[in-house]
Design a protein around this ligand. Structure first.
Ligand code: GYE
Length: 311
């Protein structure tokens, strides 16, 4: 009997961890990179990884989480599209004793024990870094800024807006004149930028565009060019993410600055989960990733290094 239970024990130990990931969708280059990198990180650790694509809808995410609960996975990762509305489904996960890890966006809940840990950047800080950069860059010229916000109700859109407003407040000459959501996509970013340009004397009244992600900035660059203006000089472009295409635009002088965040949010979450299962190490509640301000001078280098990572 002893030998049998030892063998069973070993089998249990060897059984690969199963993790379900409710991913938002593929709205941006950063998001697609995150999906790709997450799969690679799971594979490296021998984890069985199931990804459900929610196509931008919270209701699909809630369904996916319920399905992961009924499958009895070892952990659930969620990149929450919006910040509110998570309490009931997280309660269900908690009752089923399945730990939940948030990736790249945060949620608003009264009971923080509804999730185990979160891996994300400090998105208020990202906005602040972008704002401070612009505040310095324009010096004592008047600067009218248009802002392309991310998905309405997402923690990152709320925080990046707040942080940027704080960052530019260091220079009284810098003002936000228009602000609207472009839903983190290139096409919406372009569309909204077109309307901003029309509303602001064919773009002549705009000194800079701040986009909550690189993809919307790339859409905006297209709109600026089509209006006969020069992005990067006549209208400065600052955004967040650090995807290869923004470095390309920076290399061409068409974008000015980005705040990089890693697409590898899953790796640290896997490591926390594994350590916890192994010896009970309680995961840190908030695992913060770095934010780096990157400018044109290193764009080529950054582009090359992303390429070599298979980004
Ligand atoms: O910046 C944007 C994506 O939640 C950090 O979502 C993420 C953001 C990222 O669509 O490109």
């Amino acid at each position: 009997a002893l030998a049998v239970s030892a063998a069973l024990c070993q089998a249990a130990q060897a059984a690969p961890l199963v993790v379900g990931f409710s991913q938002i969708g593929s709205e941006s280059g950063w998001r697609s990179a995150e999906t790709k990198v997450s799969k690679m990180e799971a594979e490296k650790r021998g984890i069985t990884f199931k990804i459900a694509d929610a196509q931008q809808k919270q209701e699909n995410q809630i369904k996916a989480v319920r399905s992961f609960i009924s499958q009895g996975v070892d952990a659930i990762f969620i990149a929450p599209v919006v910040a509110t509305g998570w309490t009931p489904v997280l309660q269900e996960a908690k009752e089923a004793k399945i730990p939940v890890f948030l990736l790249d966006r945060m949620i608003e809940v009264n009971d923080p024990s509804l999730y185990t840990a979160a891996v994300a950047s400090d998105s208020v800080y990202e906005g602040k870094v972008a704002g401070q950069w612009l505040a310095k860059e324009v010096g004592d010229k008047e600067c009218n800024v248009v802002e392309l916000q991310g998905t309405v109700g997402s923690s990152v859109a709320i925080n990046r807006k707040k942080g940027f407003a704080d960052g530019i407040s260091e220079n009284g000459k810098v003002k936000i004149v228009r602000s609207q959501s472009g839903d983190f996509t290139r096409s919406k970013g372009k569309e909204v930028m077109e309307s901003f340009i029309k509303a602001e004397q064919n773009g002549k009244n705009i000194c800079a565009v701040y986009a909550h992600n690189d993809d919307m900035a790339i859409g905006a660059i297209q709109a600026i060019k089509e209006a006969g203006l020069k992005p990067g000089s006549q209208i400065k472009v600052v955004s967040i993410d650090g995807v290869p295409d923004i470095f390309k635009a920076m290399m061409n002088g068409e974008a000015n600055a980005t705040v990089e965040l890693t697409p590898n949010m899953a790796g640290p979450a896997f490591d926390a989960l594994i350590a916890w299962k192994k010896d009970g190490t309680v995961p840190k509640k908030f695992i913060q990733t770095d934010s780096r301000l990157l400018l044109q001078d290193t764009a080529k280098q950054e582009f090359e290094s992303k390429k070599s990572l298979g980004y």
